[in-house]
Design a protein around this ligand. Structure first.
Ligand SMILES: NC(=O)c1ccc[n+]([C@@H]2O[C@H](COP(=O)([O-])OP(=O)(O)OC[C@H]3O[C@@H](n4cnc5c(N)ncnc54)[C@H](O)[C@@H]3O)[C@@H](O)[C@H]2O)c1
Ligand SMILES: [Zn+2]
Length: 357
């Protein structure tokens, strides 16, 4: 097992990464100072696959558990579902010190986190991420949110978990497309901060794709470490946390114009290559590094080229991205692999050129 500490003063916490951790969850919660009741929130797919192991791991250490089930899908990351969960927490007599465990992907993590942040003005949250994306990204950093109509992720809070338990054994049941989507975020971390991680992925891509435990542990550990470091510097997302949006400016636009037919990670992969090309055109990222990045993304099976979507719509959607400041679209561009800059000096015609090529 590997541990990453997130240092945020009195809100500090550990991220535990390893295979088979669900079975030991009771021990980890005890070590974190909890006892008595715990609530698990999960979705109907993850419940059937992994809730049993977590419940047993908790009961073994004397915890009393109740598992609340949410239907699968982003559309349930809603105020309506939150309302239902508040009611169920109240029926279970959850108290101020009753921890709520979010067992699932980013949807469950965001929803449960929001409920934990607001129920009784805040009850302890434990993230138990079961997708690669949630283990390296959404489960860490304390951004919790709901969607409301077209306001995606706009009703939320900064609310750090007390603990993150990332059991890599849960990834064995994850559909391949979901794994790839998470891998796009791992590649993102390599490009923004960790050259060695890119080399590691290049050398061990087959092991990663076949879910070799040591390889998964290594890439998740390195990714979590980078996310933790960035969050430590900028918990409230007013500065350096921006770099985590590498590949997301164009990615979000493609995702939304495709009407979410293109998965998040796929769109981010396309966005990372596009941003790298823009950087290359601006004389920053060298041709060899651009090719190296494109090649590794291709080898994973993620797309590198934008699909046939309306270019004007993509450009327009970029304007709607929340990362714009004073009317200019903000880009994260790699200067070299392992180092990025944030700029709003990219003009529309440069973006159009790269996307049209
Ligand atoms: N809070 C943040 O910082 C942050 C960051 C990135 C993304 N997000 C949010 O995360 C969400 C996406 O998360 P996601 O990609 O994990 O999607 P998800 O939570 O929808 O999970 C994807 C699918 O995989 C299933 N699943 C989960 N774990 C499984 C497992 N181990 N085996 C088999 N199936 C499993 C789920 O039931 C679901 O059908 C979005 O709502 C996004 O807004 C939040
Ligand atoms: Zn992302």
């Amino acid at each position: 097992m590997r541990t990453v500490r997130v240092n945020l003063g009195s809100n500090s916490y550990d991220i535990l990464i390893g295979a088979g951790l669900l079975a030991e969850a009771g021990k980890f919660l005890k070590d974190a100072g909890f006892s008595g009741k715990v609530v698990i929130v999960t979705d109907s797919i993850v419940k059937g696959l992994h809730a049993g192991a977590l419940e047993q791991g908790l009961k073994r250490e004397g915890f009393q558990t109740v598992t609340l089930e949410v239907p699968v899908g982003e559309e349930h990351k809603s105020l309506e579902t939150a309302g239902r969960l508040y009611k169920e927490l109240s029926d279970f007599h959850a108290e101020r010190n009753t921890p709520i465990l979010a067992l699932g992907g980013g949807v469950i993590g965001d929803l449960t986190g929001f409920v934990a942040a607001t129920y009784l003005r805040g009850v302890p949250l434990v993230q138990v991420p079961t997708t690669l994306l949630a283990q390296v990204d959404s489960g860490i950093g304390g951004k919790v949110a709901l969607d409301y109509g077209t306001l995606k992720n706009k009703i939320g809070a900064f609310y750090q978990p007390k603990l993150v338990i990332a059991d890599i054994a849960t990834l064995k049941t994850l559909p391949a497309r979901q794994l790839l989507s998470g891998l796009a975020e791992v590649i993102k971390y390599a490009v923004i901060r960790d050259r060695e991680l890119l080399t590691y992925i290049e050398e061990r891509l087959d092991m990663i794709k076949s879910l070799d435990a040591a390889a998964l542990e290594e890439i998740i550990y390195r990714s979590a470490r980078i996310k933790a470091e960035v969050v430590e510097k900028d918990e409230r997302d007013t500065g350096v946390r921006n770099i985590l949006n590498y590949g997301h400016t164009i990615g979000h636009a493609i995702e939304s114009v495709s009407d979410f037919q293109i998965a998040h990670g796929e769109a981010v992969a396309i966005g990372m290559v596009a941003a790298a090309r823009i950087s290359n055109k601006l004389g920053m990222l060298g041709e060899d590094e651009l090719n190296r990045l494109t090649r590794v993304i291709e080898r994973t099976g993620l797309p590198t080229e934008p699909p046939k979507l309306n270019l004007a719509e993509i450009i327009k959607a970029m304007g709607h991205d929340k990362k714009i400041i004073s009317g200019r679209v903000r880009f994260v561009l790699p200067r070299k692999i392992g180092e990025v800059i944030v700029t709003d000096e990219v003009n529309q015609s440069q973006v159009e050129k790269v996307l049209a090529e």
